[in-house]
Structures are given as structure tokens and as C-alpha cells.
Design a binder for this molecule. Structure first.
Ligand SMILES: [Zn+2]
Ligand SMILES: [Zn+2]
Ligand SMILES: [Zn+2]
Ligand SMILES: [Zn+2]
Length: 209
């Protein structure tokens, strides 16, 4: 479960990365920033560290998560923070127009759900805050390296079968060769991508891949 630091390009374990990033993140500006760690609630092998401006809105964080890990067909999403839900398309509920600085505090854990049907759930934790300077609203600090997923034959897996995944068949990952012979049909297969939404709905990878 190693990942790469985007600041110095070195690799660290998931546990070591939080500590390592502290060596880079010093107060060096006057914009309040949150360091947030994100991982798959049920797929902790997918993880990210990001830095985001405290004056960014929840919808900015939602958009970033969609872009890197989630978006397949514009499903609804929501955050749950301190027992309160914030929805992407509110119908009487709270929306995502709140600034992060108003709803987040250091060491707080919160959740994100994308798609209320075939959902992908993420856990987020505010690691720390600082005052610094970044160009964009949000930047990636570190990301897990793609897990080494193998086809039943031992080759590197390139494809996942969403039908076999849902039915919890023994083998749902395939290399190019074995994909051609898969009984559900080659057209059904989705690419193996570095995301907790791999193989779900029509997910084919994010803008950052
Ligand atoms: Zn580094
Ligand atoms: Zn979808
Ligand atoms: Zn299948
Ligand atoms: Zn194979």
C-alpha cells in the first residue's frame, strides 16, 4: 500500500506518508489551508493526501473527488460532517455551498458518499491546518500507487467484470488475453483503474490518471 509524495517524488507506506508530509508543510504564506487525507471506507488501499484552501466550498472538494476517483454518470453525492449531511443537489437538505473553514476543524473525521445506488463511500480526515500559499484551490500531496492486481493466469489485470464483481465470483479480474474468453462478454468489462470505484457502474478512470 505504498504511495508517492508529489512534492519530492519519494515513496512511503500509507502510515509513513502522514508523518513525511509534515516535513514539507510549513507556515509560508497567509492563506489558511487544510491538509486532508482521504481513503476508501471499504477499500483503504486507495488513499490520497490533498491540501485545500479553507475558503474553498464543499462543492469544490466534491468536484475534486469526482474528478480523481468517482465520476461515471453524474450521480448524486453528499458529505456527512458531524452528523450533518450536505447534498450535491439539495431538495430541502443542506447544499454544498458552505466554505470548508466553517464546517471543518483539525483532526475531524467525515464522510463522502457518491451515488446512492451503487455507492462509493470515502472517509476523510483533517490531518492539520496551516497558513501557506498554493496556486490552485486544491492540490494533491500524495497518492497510493496502483495496487498490483493479477488475472487468474498470473498476468497483470487490465480489466474487471462488473457482473462477476457483484456476484462475488472467484475471479473478476482479467488480463488482455483472458478478457477475450470471458463468458460475460468483452463489451461488459471495465478497465482496471486506480480508484475505489474501479469496476462500479460505468467507471473508466479519472481526469488525473
Ligand atoms: Zn515528500
Ligand atoms: Zn454511474
Ligand atoms: Zn463476468
Ligand atoms: Zn489472464
Amino acid at each position: 500500500m505504498k504511495g508517492m509524495c508529489y512534492i519530492c517524488n519519494k515513496t512511503f507506506s500509507k502510515a509513513g506518508m502522514t508523518k513525511h508530509l509534515k516535513t514539507h508543510l510549513k507556515d509560508d504564506g497567509d492563506t489558511k489551508l487544510f491538509h486532508i487525507m482521504v481513503d476508501g471506507l471499504y477499500q483503504p488501499q486507495y488513499w490520497l493526501h490533498i491540501e485545500i484552501k479553507a475558503n474553498a466550498k464543499l462543492q469544490d472538494l466534491d468536484q475534486f473527488l469526482r474528478d480523481i476517483w468517482l465520476e461515471c454518470c453524474l450521480h448524486l453525492s453528499a458529505f456527512e460532517i458531524d452528523g450533518v449531511e450536505y447534498h450535491s443537489m439539495p431538495e430541502g437538505e443542506r447544499g454544498m455551498y458552505f466554505k470548508l473553514g466553517r464546517v471543518l476543524n483539525p483532526r475531524m473525521e467525515f464522510y463522502h458518499i457518491y451515488d446512492f445506488g451503487t455507492s462509493t463511500e470515502l472517509r476523510l480526515r483533517v490531518v492539520s491546518e496551516r497558513t501557506g500559499k498554493i496556486d490552485k484551490k486544491v492540490r494533491i500531496l500524495a497518492r497510493n500507487e496502483p495496487p498490483d492486481i493479477r488475472c487468474g493466469c498470473g498476468e497483470k489485470a487490465k480489466w474487471i467484470c462488473p457482473i462477476c464483481l457483484v456476484e462475488i465470483e472467484e475471479n473478476f479480474y482479467f488480463c488482455d488475453e483472458c478478457a477475450k474468453e470471458h463468458e460475460c462478454g468483452e463489451d461488459m468489462l471495465l478497465p482496471v483503474v486506480n480508484s475505489p470505484r474501479c469496476g462500479v457502474c460505468g467507471y473508466e478512470g479519472g481526469k488525473y490518471d
